[in-house]
Design a binder for this molecule. Structure first.
Ligand code: GTP
Ligand code: MG
Length: 391
């Protein structure tokens, strides 16, 4: 028996043993990754919320930090805004895991847990923070003040805290701050733990749990690979980076799906935030919307409240994003900007056949397929108007 056959046999034997002794079903674990294919604010929160409401993941996972705000709606239609909690936890009460590359502002996370309690009249069941997630403090925010003007940073301190972590500064990760975190967060959640989440998540996945890993920001903001340095964020935002930041082994998943979210009109944060190919003015888009009797307020960032910069979709960028990440499907958001007449439309109660969409939308979505070779699985036409497409 050669080495590879031997390893396979050993793995099989181990699985059979565990299936029998622990009554584990190894073939049911699911991992879904939702990530942004542009400059962030693609509406990942709403796609993650849709998947949460329809597929009920057991665990929602977030890394990155509070410099990204996700907005979505729960089943009762309440608006849910989170900068720290995973959307599946805030929307459907899934167990929340802040992974190893996470960065938290404890008081902000506490206020999101408090909001959850108010909306649901009960506390969130479980919050786990990785031993090595970094704790942002005032010094980190102070350090980032100057970046707000120079590169359009949100100034939440995520980059400064991550830099401290890279320099192996003592005392800054969750494990070093257990007492403080338990005091600040403990009262707002039924069960709170700080532990090494890498093994924990892989164990849960291999034993059949459904995991939703929610990306923040977007591929074009990646620190190393976006080619926009220094006009980028303090980390990589690709699905591979999300896996690396959580330590998740996707090969343990019986079903693994990567959803790339893209807008019809991509945006960047306002101010001096770097190149944005195909940039247009809000007035141009407002005129187009007005032809259909629709008003459009220029978008502002969830965190900084600055008016965002907006552009036409760039097909070359989409092609490059696909080549870099090979997602399993696309979610196309802000379809209402391209087709104001369908603003706020949900087809088939949230799930319909592609063939049943209006012909102009079918034609437009076909361009995404022709450029990317990837099917559009979700579309959104306005806040809380996601439709899942069947083929
Ligand atoms: P980041 O990680 O910060 O990039 O967040 P995100 O991708 O989750 O996006 P975010 O929630 O910050 O911004 C999207 C905003 O647009 C939210 O207010 C959503 O409710 C809203 N939104 C999402 N999809 C659509 C859409 O299709 N049309 C319109 N008009 N609004 C949408
Ligand atoms: Mg946002």
């Amino acid at each position: 028996m050669d080495q590879i056959d031997f390893q396979k046999t050993l793995k099989h034997e181990r699985r059979v043993f565990m299936e029998q002794t622990e009554k584990v079903n190894f073939d049911s674990g699911e991992l879904t990754i939702v990530f942004g294919g542009q400059w962030g604010s693609e509406g990942k929160g709403e796609i993650a919320a849709y998947i949460s409401k329809h597929e009920n993941p057991d665990i929602g996972i977030r890394i990155g930090g509070p410099n990204a705000g996700h907005t979505s709606y729960d089943a009762a239609g309440n608006k849910v805004m989170v900068q720290s909690l995973p959307t599946p936890s805030a929307v459907t009460g899934a167990e929340a895991v802040i992974g190893a590359e996470g960065a938290i502002i404890p008081s902000l996370l506490a206020s999101e847990l408090r909001d959850y309690t108010v909306r649901n009249d009960k506390m969130l069941d479980k919050l786990i923070i990785d031993n090595c997630a970094v704790v942002i403090d005032k010094r980190h925010m102070e350090k980032e003040k100057s970046l707000k003007d120079s590169i359009g940073s949100t100034g939440e301190g995520v980059g400064a805290a991550t830099a401290d972590k890279v320099m192996r500064t003592p005392g800054i990760v969750a494990r070093d701050n257990q007492e403080m975190l338990s005091a600040v967060l403990g009262p707002f959640v039924n069960e709170f733990e700080i532990l090494p989440t890498v093994n924990y998540l892989n164990m849960r996945l291999s034993k059949g749990a459904k995991l939703l890993l929610e990306g923040t920001q977007g591929l074009r903001l990646g620190l190393h690979t976006s080619d926009y340095y220094p006009f980028c964020t303090s980390r990589e935002c690709s699905p591979v980076a999300l896996l690396a930041g959580t330590g998740l082994n996707w090969k343990l998943a019986a079903r693994f799906e990567v959803v790339m979210v893209v807008r019809t009109y991509p945006i960047r944060v306002g101010g001096n935030s770097g190149p944005l190919p195909g940039e247009i003015s809000w007035e141009e888009l407002q005129r187009k919307m007005a032809e259909f009797g629709k008003e459009l307020e220029p978008e502002k960032t969830t965190v900084t409240k600055k008016v965002r910069r907006i552009a036409r979709i760039n097909w070359t960028d989409l092609y490059d994003a696909i080549e870099q990440t090979s997602p399993d499907c696309l979610a196309v958001t802000f379809l209402d900007y391209e087709f104001p007449q369908y603003s706020g439309t949900v087809w088939g109660d949230g799930c319909c056949r592609f063939m049943d969409l209006p012909s102009e939308i079918r034609k437009y979505l076909s361009s995404f397929f022709w450029v990317s070779g990837t099917l559009v699985k979700y579309i959104n036409t306005g806040p809380n108007c996601v439709t899942k497409l069947l083929y």
